[in-house]
Design a binder for this molecule. Structure first.
Ligand SMILES: Nc1nc2c(ncn2[C@@H]2O[C@H](COP(=O)(O)OP(=O)(O)OP(=O)(O)O)[C@@H](O)[C@H]2O)c(=O)[nH]1
Ligand SMILES: [Mg+2]
Length: 312
């Protein structure tokens, strides 16, 4: 199941207590060390959209506490930080303050919960007016944040088309993605993102006739590419009727959201290596009446998608 909303608690580490102790014998001054600071919790982005799944069974995420200070003015060890990876496009809503943060950038890292300060030990607390403090400071609690995470896809380019048109193969070829590809329809069951330099590419399950009234899977995920700047409409050169393929998908798109149908689109006539040059040109010509058409193939370098301006 594709998880796009979760509730979590981020609990940073508590600061370690300061130590109350004194040098033995003749030195006798206070020697209690400070407690170590609690670990922080950081959030980092990734293009893996399935990452919210992990929060379904585990709500509470804790960073390590700092350790208590020691004798001989030894500072306690700092608690380890915890870095949690979230999908690009995660919106964080603080359930107590209402504040929202959007994680829209590749490689973005933020501090979400700060660890508590370690308490001062008797050595640090000693002053001319109190040369032998009896008590050390306790460590401070770490920040606790109750956060709702909602996933919104933020791709720049969206791959659409009938099942088996080669959408996921293109995603894998052009980006860091490694999603499942197979020679049957509905291989892709959930959206995938890939990163190409600073451009984010989205692949969604194939659309079929009747999708907008609930058939198949793709329609459920169309909302995730509502914000893309450009649609890459994939049509297989293997098809006997590319014009019909084009119209089926366009009809579903329009019925889902007429605004989406107004979006800029280019047509990719995929798997160009599977037909003769003559057949390819014929199909390209048929599709030209709908807009710009580019033949692409992952197996024939002449048609490799990396040659296309949109991917450069
Ligand atoms: N010959 C050839 N086969 C290709 C090419 N691109 C993709 N394929 C094959 O086409 C089949 C379907 O590819 P996918 O990438 O899974 O297609 P999809 O559009 O993501 O399909 P769904 O996820 O079911 O919607 C796979 O067997 C791919 O290996 C190509 O350029 N040439
Ligand atoms: Mg696919």
């Amino acid at each position: 199941m594709f998880v796009d909303e979760v509730q979590v608690i981020f609990h940073a580490g508590r600061g370690g207590d300061g130590k109350a102790s004194f040098y033995p014998g003749f030195k006798s001054g206070p020697d209690g060390g400070n407690g170590g600071d609690g670990g922080n919790i950081y959030l980092e982005t990734s293009s893996d959209l399935s990452l919210l799944n992990r929060f379904q069974g585990k709500k509470l995420w804790k960073a390590q506490d700092g350790q208590t200070g020691g004798k001989y003015n030894k500072t306690g060890k700092k608690g380890d930080d915890l870095t949690i990876v979230l999908p690009l496009g995660s919106i964080l809503i603080d359930q107590d303050t209402g504040e929202t943060i959007e994680l829209n950038d590749i490689g973005q890292k933020i501090l979400i919960a700060k660890g508590g300060r370690g308490g001062k030990g008797t050595n640090a607390l000693a002053s001319p007016s109190n040369t032998t403090p009896k008590f050390a400071q306790p460590g401070k609690p770490g920040q606790e944040k109750r956060i709702k995470i909602v996933l919104k896809l933020i791709a720049d380019l969206g791959l659409i088309g009938l099942p088996n048109a080669g959408k996921s193969s293109l995603l894998n070829e052009l980006t860091n993605s490694n999603v499942k590809v197979a020679d049957y329809p509905f291989t892709t069951l959930e959206p995938n993102l890939g990163v190409m330099g600073s451009i984010i590419l989205a692949d969604i399950p194939g659309l079929i006739e009747g999708a907008s009234s609930g058939r198949g899977l793709g329609i459920k995920f169309l909302k995730h590419i509502e914000k893309v700047k450009l649609l890459l409409h994939c049509i297989s050169a293997e098809s006997d009727n590319p014009d019909k393929d084009y119209r089926v998908v366009r009809k579903e798109l329009t019925q889902f959201n007429p605004d989406m149908a107004k979006k800029e689109e280019i047509i990719l006539l995929t798997k160009a290596d599977t037909v003769s040059e003559k057949d390819l040109l014929k199909k390209q010509k048929i599709l030209k009446k709908h807009g710009q058409v580019f033949s692409v193939s992952l197996l024939d370098d002449k048609y490799h998608p990396s040659h296309l301006p949109v991917f450069r």
